[in-house]
Design a protein around this ligand. Structure first.
Ligand code: SF4
Ligand code: SF4
Length: 163
């Protein structure tokens, strides 16, 4: 399992190989969700996210209106105040945190709003999602940030595909 610090260089070396592999094995990989979810579980068990937190430091999750409402309720703020204090609208029109690292990330790598964190945070790194094939391009991108994603991408590529 690579360290997150190594990923930009390692993922850059693998990117074209992954893209070619997924493009040429589309049909087989589409039927592999259960196997891929197993890879996800294996890769997740090899790393303690609290020793990494690279996603919370470097990626800006997209935040929905529902996320804002939930966070506001739990923090006993109004939605307007949550938006003013923590959020901005990015160039694609999406709400994201004003700055990264995330304002809710503690120095111990714990999330201060873990139980009511944004949906995008809950679903990250997406390697256990249904129809994983549809997310492979996003996963190629995420492999630059997340050791779990890098490891899953390698496991898929190295899996002996049945003909
Ligand atoms: S999900 Fe990935 S990037 Fe985020 S803390 Fe865990 S290993 Fe690190
Ligand atoms: S809300 Fe929590 S899980 Fe989401 S980026 Fe911030 S610290 Fe990480």
């Amino acid at each position: 399992m690579p360290k997150y610090q190594e990923l930009p260089e390692l993922a850059k070396k693998k990117e074209s190989e992954w893209i070619k592999f997924f493009a040429t094995n589309k049909k087989k990989i589409e039927g592999m969700d259960l196997i891929i979810h197993n890879f996800h579980n294996i890769s997740s068990s090899k790393i303690n996210c609290l020793e990494c937190a690279n996603c919370c430091r470097s990626l800006g999750p997209r935040i929905t209106d529902k996320d804002v409402e939930r966070i506001a309720k739990e923090l006993r703020l109004s939605s307007v105040d949550v938006i003013k204090k923590y959020l901005r609208t990015d160039e694609d029109g999406d709400m994201v945190f004003k700055s990264m690292p995330c304002p809710f990330l503690g120095t111990d790598n714990y999330c201060a709003i873990y139980d009511f964190r944004p949906k995008a945070c809950k679903e990250y790194p997406h390697t256990d999602r249904k129809k994983f094939f549809q997310l492979y391009k996003l996963s190629v991108k995420n492999a630059y940030t997340c050791p779990i994603v890098f490891d899953v991408m390698e496991s898929i590529k190295n899996y002996k595909l049945k003909s």
